[in-house]
Write a protein that binds this ligand. Structure first.
Ligand code: 2AM
Ligand code: CA
Ligand code: CA
Ligand code: CA
Length: 263
Protein backbone atom coordinates (compact mmCIF):
# COMPACT_ATOMS: atom_id res chain seq x y z
CA UNK A 1 0.00 0.00 0.00
CA UNK A 2 1.21 3.53 -0.81
CA UNK A 3 2.51 5.52 2.14
CA UNK A 4 -0.03 8.30 1.49
CA UNK A 5 -2.88 5.80 1.81
CA UNK A 6 -1.43 4.38 5.02
CA UNK A 7 -1.07 7.89 6.40
CA UNK A 8 -4.77 8.65 5.78
CA UNK A 9 -5.75 5.50 7.68
CA UNK A 10 -3.42 6.33 10.60
CA UNK A 11 -4.82 9.86 10.81
CA UNK A 12 -8.36 8.49 11.20
CA UNK A 13 -7.21 6.20 14.04
CA UNK A 14 -5.54 9.13 15.79
CA UNK A 15 -8.64 11.34 15.64
CA UNK A 16 -10.76 8.47 16.96
CA UNK A 17 -8.31 7.84 19.82
CA UNK A 18 -8.10 11.56 20.62
CA UNK A 19 -11.89 11.81 20.91
CA UNK A 20 -11.86 8.86 23.30
CA UNK A 21 -9.24 10.60 25.45
CA UNK A 22 -11.11 13.92 25.49
CA UNK A 23 -14.40 12.23 26.39
CA UNK A 24 -12.92 10.14 29.21
CA UNK A 25 -10.05 12.09 30.77
CA UNK A 26 -12.21 14.02 33.23
CA UNK A 27 -14.21 11.07 34.57
CA UNK A 28 -12.67 7.73 33.62
CA UNK A 29 -9.00 8.06 34.48
CA UNK A 30 -7.15 5.75 36.86
CA UNK A 31 -3.48 6.46 37.48
CA UNK A 32 -0.69 4.03 38.42
CA UNK A 33 3.01 4.56 39.12
CA UNK A 34 5.54 2.70 36.95
CA UNK A 35 9.24 2.95 37.96
CA UNK A 36 8.76 5.86 40.41
CA UNK A 37 6.15 8.36 41.61
CA UNK A 38 6.85 10.68 38.63
CA UNK A 39 6.60 7.93 36.02
CA UNK A 40 2.85 7.45 35.49
CA UNK A 41 0.55 5.39 33.35
CA UNK A 42 -3.26 5.55 33.13
CA UNK A 43 -5.93 3.17 31.91
CA UNK A 44 -6.32 5.54 28.95
CA UNK A 45 -2.65 5.12 27.90
CA UNK A 46 -3.21 1.37 27.87
CA UNK A 47 -6.60 1.52 26.14
CA UNK A 48 -5.20 3.82 23.45
CA UNK A 49 -2.24 1.53 22.75
CA UNK A 50 -4.62 -1.47 22.62
CA UNK A 51 -6.84 0.39 20.16
CA UNK A 52 -3.89 1.10 17.82
CA UNK A 53 -2.63 -2.48 18.12
CA UNK A 54 -6.06 -3.85 17.21
CA UNK A 55 -6.31 -1.53 14.20
CA UNK A 56 -2.81 -2.50 12.99
CA UNK A 57 -3.43 -6.22 13.49
CA UNK A 58 -6.72 -5.91 11.59
CA UNK A 59 -5.53 -3.73 8.66
CA UNK A 60 -1.86 -4.77 8.47
CA UNK A 61 -1.63 -8.29 9.92
CA UNK A 62 1.85 -9.62 10.67
CA UNK A 63 3.56 -6.23 10.90
CA UNK A 64 5.75 -5.59 13.97
CA UNK A 65 4.65 -3.32 16.83
CA UNK A 66 6.72 -1.57 19.49
CA UNK A 67 4.57 0.32 22.00
CA UNK A 68 5.47 2.04 25.25
CA UNK A 69 2.88 0.23 27.36
CA UNK A 70 3.71 -3.23 25.99
CA UNK A 71 0.07 -4.23 25.59
CA UNK A 72 0.87 -7.19 23.34
CA UNK A 73 3.62 -8.84 21.38
CA UNK A 74 6.73 -6.80 20.80
CA UNK A 75 9.56 -6.89 18.29
CA UNK A 76 13.14 -8.08 18.60
CA UNK A 77 14.47 -6.24 15.52
CA UNK A 78 13.48 -3.39 13.18
CA UNK A 79 13.60 -5.61 10.11
CA UNK A 80 10.58 -5.33 7.81
CA UNK A 81 7.52 -3.21 8.58
CA UNK A 82 7.41 -1.93 12.18
CA UNK A 83 5.05 0.41 14.02
CA UNK A 84 6.34 2.48 16.94
CA UNK A 85 3.62 3.85 19.21
CA UNK A 86 3.47 6.27 22.12
CA UNK A 87 -0.24 6.28 22.97
CA UNK A 88 0.03 9.34 25.24
CA UNK A 89 3.25 11.34 25.30
CA UNK A 90 3.34 13.64 28.31
CA UNK A 91 1.31 11.40 30.61
CA UNK A 92 2.11 13.61 33.63
CA UNK A 93 0.63 16.59 31.76
CA UNK A 94 -2.36 14.45 30.76
CA UNK A 95 -3.00 13.51 34.41
CA UNK A 96 -2.24 16.86 36.06
CA UNK A 97 -3.24 19.39 33.38
CA UNK A 98 -5.62 17.56 31.04
CA UNK A 99 -3.60 19.39 28.41
CA UNK A 100 -0.21 19.44 26.64
CA UNK A 101 0.02 15.78 25.62
CA UNK A 102 0.45 14.10 22.24
CA UNK A 103 -0.45 10.89 20.45
CA UNK A 104 2.49 9.61 18.39
CA UNK A 105 2.65 6.89 15.77
CA UNK A 106 5.52 6.06 13.44
CA UNK A 107 5.74 3.51 10.66
CA UNK A 108 9.23 2.17 9.82
CA UNK A 109 10.53 -0.19 7.12
CA UNK A 110 13.84 -1.94 7.78
CA UNK A 111 14.78 0.60 10.43
CA UNK A 112 14.00 3.68 8.31
CA UNK A 113 11.14 6.02 9.31
CA UNK A 114 8.54 6.22 6.53
CA UNK A 115 5.59 7.92 8.25
CA UNK A 116 5.40 9.93 11.47
CA UNK A 117 2.40 11.52 13.19
CA UNK A 118 2.59 13.71 16.28
CA UNK A 119 -0.83 14.99 17.35
CA UNK A 120 -1.13 17.68 20.00
CA UNK A 121 -4.61 16.63 21.11
CA UNK A 122 -5.89 19.71 22.96
CA UNK A 123 -4.36 22.23 20.53
CA UNK A 124 -5.66 20.12 17.61
CA UNK A 125 -2.29 20.32 15.84
CA UNK A 126 -1.53 17.36 13.57
CA UNK A 127 2.09 17.11 12.46
CA UNK A 128 2.36 14.60 9.63
CA UNK A 129 5.52 13.54 7.80
CA UNK A 130 6.02 11.07 4.97
CA UNK A 131 9.55 10.20 3.85
CA UNK A 132 10.49 12.02 0.61
CA UNK A 133 7.07 13.61 0.54
CA UNK A 134 7.41 16.48 2.98
CA UNK A 135 5.69 17.61 6.14
CA UNK A 136 2.17 18.85 6.73
CA UNK A 137 0.66 20.63 9.68
CA UNK A 138 -3.12 20.24 9.82
CA UNK A 139 -3.12 19.14 6.19
CA UNK A 140 -1.17 22.15 4.88
CA UNK A 141 2.27 21.67 3.33
CA UNK A 142 4.86 22.97 5.76
CA UNK A 143 8.30 24.50 5.18
CA UNK A 144 10.65 25.83 7.84
CA UNK A 145 10.28 29.52 8.74
CA UNK A 146 14.10 29.87 8.46
CA UNK A 147 17.01 27.53 7.69
CA UNK A 148 19.11 28.36 10.73
CA UNK A 149 19.62 30.74 13.66
CA UNK A 150 22.31 30.95 16.33
CA UNK A 151 21.47 29.97 19.90
CA UNK A 152 21.71 33.65 20.93
CA UNK A 153 18.70 34.49 18.74
CA UNK A 154 16.13 32.04 20.08
CA UNK A 155 14.67 29.79 22.77
CA UNK A 156 15.84 26.29 23.66
CA UNK A 157 14.46 23.30 25.59
CA UNK A 158 16.54 21.16 27.96
CA UNK A 159 15.23 18.19 29.92
CA UNK A 160 14.87 19.12 33.58
CA UNK A 161 17.25 16.46 34.97
CA UNK A 162 20.07 17.61 32.65
CA UNK A 163 19.42 21.14 33.79
CA UNK A 164 19.16 20.42 37.53
CA UNK A 165 22.31 18.28 37.54
CA UNK A 166 23.97 20.77 35.16
CA UNK A 167 25.17 17.77 33.15
CA UNK A 168 27.77 18.88 30.55
CA UNK A 169 27.36 22.37 32.09
CA UNK A 170 24.06 22.63 30.21
CA UNK A 171 23.10 25.73 32.17
CA UNK A 172 25.61 27.59 29.96
CA UNK A 173 23.32 26.86 27.00
CA UNK A 174 20.47 28.62 28.79
CA UNK A 175 22.69 31.64 29.44
CA UNK A 176 23.56 31.87 25.75
CA UNK A 177 19.98 31.43 24.50
CA UNK A 178 17.18 34.01 24.67
CA UNK A 179 15.46 31.73 27.17
CA UNK A 180 14.37 28.27 28.23
CA UNK A 181 11.04 26.51 27.59
CA UNK A 182 10.02 23.10 28.98
CA UNK A 183 6.84 21.39 27.80
CA UNK A 184 7.05 17.97 29.50
CA UNK A 185 6.30 16.06 26.31
CA UNK A 186 9.08 15.03 23.95
CA UNK A 187 6.55 15.11 21.11
CA UNK A 188 5.53 18.69 21.83
CA UNK A 189 9.20 19.66 22.17
CA UNK A 190 9.78 18.27 18.67
CA UNK A 191 6.74 20.11 17.25
CA UNK A 192 8.14 23.28 18.80
CA UNK A 193 11.51 22.78 17.07
CA UNK A 194 9.80 21.98 13.76
CA UNK A 195 7.83 25.24 14.00
CA UNK A 196 10.98 27.23 14.88
CA UNK A 197 9.44 28.25 18.22
CA UNK A 198 12.47 26.68 19.92
CA UNK A 199 15.80 26.14 18.15
CA UNK A 200 16.84 22.94 19.90
CA UNK A 201 15.97 20.31 22.48
CA UNK A 202 18.04 17.85 24.49
CA UNK A 203 17.08 14.96 26.73
CA UNK A 204 19.31 12.27 28.26
CA UNK A 205 17.09 9.21 27.95
CA UNK A 206 14.49 9.19 25.19
CA UNK A 207 12.87 5.91 24.29
CA UNK A 208 12.27 4.90 20.65
CA UNK A 209 8.56 5.82 20.92
CA UNK A 210 9.46 9.31 22.25
CA UNK A 211 11.27 10.26 19.01
CA UNK A 212 10.31 7.82 16.24
CA UNK A 213 7.35 9.81 14.89
CA UNK A 214 8.98 13.24 15.26
CA UNK A 215 12.20 11.99 13.66
CA UNK A 216 10.47 11.52 10.31
CA UNK A 217 9.50 15.22 10.25
CA UNK A 218 12.89 16.34 11.55
CA UNK A 219 14.70 14.38 8.82
CA UNK A 220 12.32 15.48 6.11
CA UNK A 221 12.90 19.15 6.99
CA UNK A 222 16.69 18.76 7.08
CA UNK A 223 16.99 19.51 10.81
CA UNK A 224 19.59 17.69 12.93
CA UNK A 225 18.82 14.76 15.25
CA UNK A 226 21.36 12.31 16.68
CA UNK A 227 22.50 10.81 19.93
CA UNK A 228 24.60 13.25 21.99
CA UNK A 229 27.72 11.45 20.74
CA UNK A 230 26.75 12.21 17.13
CA UNK A 231 25.85 8.58 16.50
CA UNK A 232 22.55 7.89 14.72
CA UNK A 233 19.48 7.31 16.91
CA UNK A 234 19.02 3.67 17.94
CA UNK A 235 15.29 2.95 17.61
CA UNK A 236 15.54 -0.23 19.70
CA UNK A 237 17.08 1.36 22.83
CA UNK A 238 17.01 4.53 24.97
CA UNK A 239 19.06 7.44 23.57
CA UNK A 240 20.65 10.63 24.89
CA UNK A 241 19.42 13.08 22.24
CA UNK A 242 20.28 16.41 20.62
CA UNK A 243 17.84 17.83 18.09
CA UNK A 244 17.69 21.25 16.48
CA UNK A 245 18.57 23.78 13.83
CA UNK A 246 22.13 23.26 12.57
CA UNK A 247 23.87 25.99 14.62
CA UNK A 248 22.18 25.05 17.89
CA UNK A 249 22.71 21.33 17.28
CA UNK A 250 26.43 22.04 16.68
CA UNK A 251 26.56 24.19 19.81
CA UNK A 252 25.02 21.35 21.89
CA UNK A 253 27.51 18.86 20.41
CA UNK A 254 30.45 21.15 21.21
CA UNK A 255 29.26 21.45 24.81
CA UNK A 256 28.98 17.68 25.08
CA UNK A 257 32.45 17.06 23.57
CA UNK A 258 33.98 19.68 25.88
CA UNK A 259 32.49 18.35 29.11
CA UNK A 260 31.65 14.67 28.55
CA UNK A 261 34.73 13.39 30.38
CA UNK A 262 34.03 15.61 33.39
CA UNK A 263 30.56 14.20 34.22
P1 2AM B 1 5.78 9.83 28.47
O1 2AM B 1 4.91 10.88 29.01
O2 2AM B 1 5.23 9.15 27.26
O3 2AM B 1 6.29 8.85 29.49
C1 2AM B 1 8.79 14.13 29.93
O4 2AM B 1 9.93 14.87 30.23
C2 2AM B 1 9.00 13.48 28.58
O5 2AM B 1 9.97 12.44 28.71
C3 2AM B 1 7.76 12.85 28.05
O6 2AM B 1 7.82 12.88 26.65
C4 2AM B 1 7.86 11.44 28.60
O7 2AM B 1 7.10 10.52 27.85
C5 2AM B 1 9.32 11.18 28.44
N1 2AM B 1 9.86 10.15 29.32
C6 2AM B 1 10.68 9.15 28.90
N2 2AM B 1 10.99 8.35 29.93
C7 2AM B 1 10.36 8.83 31.04
C8 2AM B 1 10.29 8.43 32.43
N3 2AM B 1 10.93 7.36 32.90
N4 2AM B 1 9.55 9.17 33.27
C9 2AM B 1 8.88 10.25 32.81
N5 2AM B 1 8.92 10.67 31.53
C10 2AM B 1 9.64 9.98 30.64
CA1 CA C 1 5.48 6.89 30.14
CA1 CA D 1 6.77 9.45 25.57
CA1 CA E 1 3.68 7.59 26.80
Amino acid sequence: MQLEKRAEIIKDWIYTAANHLKENMASQMTVEEKSNRKDLVTNLDKETEMFFREQIEHHFPGEGILGEEHMGETITSLDGPVWIIDPIDGTANFVLQHNHFAIMIAYFEDGVGQIGFVYDVMADTMLEAIKDNGVKINGQSYTLPFRDKPISDGLIAINSSLLLDNTYHMQEMVQEAMGLRLYGSAGLELISVVKGETLGYTSPHLQPWDIAAGSVAINELGLCLTQMSGEPIDFMNPNPVFVGYPSVYKRFRKQYETYKTMN
